[in-house]
Design a protein around this ligand. Structure first.
Ligand SMILES: NC(=O)c1ccc[n+]([C@@H]2O[C@H](COP(=O)([O-])OP(=O)(O)OC[C@H]3O[C@@H](n4cnc5c(N)ncnc54)[C@H](OP(=O)(O)O)[C@@H]3O)[C@@H](O)[C@H]2O)c1
Length: 281
């Protein structure tokens, strides 16, 4: 690994940022844990940072040589705020940038896809993590997890399409390597779990694990779009609804060997992760 540096983790209280921060701290790295609330994160230095408030950017970048980037949530044009920040980061001494994107968004695609396209031109050392859907969507604070707790339902327009759900801990394990290995990946990395599952199979797994019924209710694309629009801005909701439709068409029915290739061990399976996450709460 490269010498101990300082990593700015944007989104350090979130699903991937908190786990990435924990791994960096455990490996002896100094972490500035950034978010709008500057909430305390064990072992890290909290720093107030808002993508939409450039006045917070310079202090966050002070002393930083690498960054982990969770884009502004629900923003269809994150490049507008991220690219000026990244140019500033390069000018202040950041050498490596690891960007969180999605398996569903290729280089040059919508939203964060525009930031992905620019990243190699901005940093010699870079990676774009493109995880599949998170297993933690069913166990944390995501709308699916809330629905499961409230009335035992999962609502999607994915039909019988399969998704190779991935453990957020596995994303963080890859992020640690991407941030600290002597050689950066300098590529995008599509991250999946070990198997692809339908949402009916997810519901059956959760029913077995929790001892009470969980059911997947299929929505039409229009219903899915309306439901998502109650959670995020309408244009972002439309993009998420399109992703559900793509899943129904089979777009996410594939696994990759990236987690094992980067970390040296296979990715965690769905049942194992649900037992671990529900055991935590
Ligand atoms: N869920 C999935 O299945 C899935 C799959 C693939 C990719 N993704 C991608 O994952 C990303 C979400 O990452 P995550 O799950 O690790 O995060 P998350 O759990 O959604 O948490 C968001 C984090 O970002 C911070 N944040 C929010 N708005 C901010 C702003 N304006 N400026 C600075 N920080 C801000 C939050 O802290 P504060 O509230 O304190 O600011 C929090 O730490 C999205 O871009 C999504 O596209 C998700």
């Amino acid at each position: 690994m490269t010498g101990i540096g300082t990593t700015l983790v944007v989104g350090a209280t979130g699903t991937t940022g908190s786990r990435t921060t924990a791994r960096l701290v455990a490996a002896g790295h100094h972490v500035k844990a950034a978010g709008r609330r500057a909430a305390p994160v064990p072992g890290a230095e909290p720093v107030r940072f808002d993508w939409h408030d450039p006045a917070t950017h310079d202090a966050a970048l002070e002393g930083v040589d690498r960054v982990y980037l969770v884009p502004p949530v629900g923003d269809m044009d994150p490049a507008a705020v991220m690219l000026p920040f990244l140019r500033r980061a390069r000018a202040t001494g950041v050498r490596r940038a690891v960007l969180l994107s999605s398996s569903a968004i290729p280089e040059g695609g919508p939203a964060v896809g525009a930031v992905h396209r620019e990243l190699p031109g901005l940093f010699d050392q870079w990676a774009v993590l493109r995880p599949s859907w998170f297993m933690q969507n069913f166990t944390g604070d995501h709308a699916h997890a809330v629905g499961i707790r409230q009335d035992g339902t999962i609502l999607t327009a994915t039909g019988s399409g399969r998704v190779a759900f991935v453990d957020a801990d596995d994303i963080a394990a890859v992020a640690l390597h991407a941030l600290t290995d002597d050689r950066a990946p300098d590529s995008d990395l599509v991250l999946t779990g070990p198997e692809s599952l339908t949402h009916d199979e997810v519901a059956a797994n959760l029913t077995r694990a929790g001892g009470r019924p969980v059911v997947h209710h299929a929505l039409t694309p229009a219903q899915s779009r309306a439901r998502l629009a109650s959670l995020v801005p309408p244009d972002f909701a439309a993009m998420l609804a399109d992703m559900d439709h793509a899943i129904a068409q089979g777009a996410e029915d594939r696994t990759t060997d990236t987690v094992e290739r980067v970390t040296g061990r296979p990715p965690h399976g769905f049942r194992e992760v649900v037992a671990r996450e529900w055991g935590r709460s």
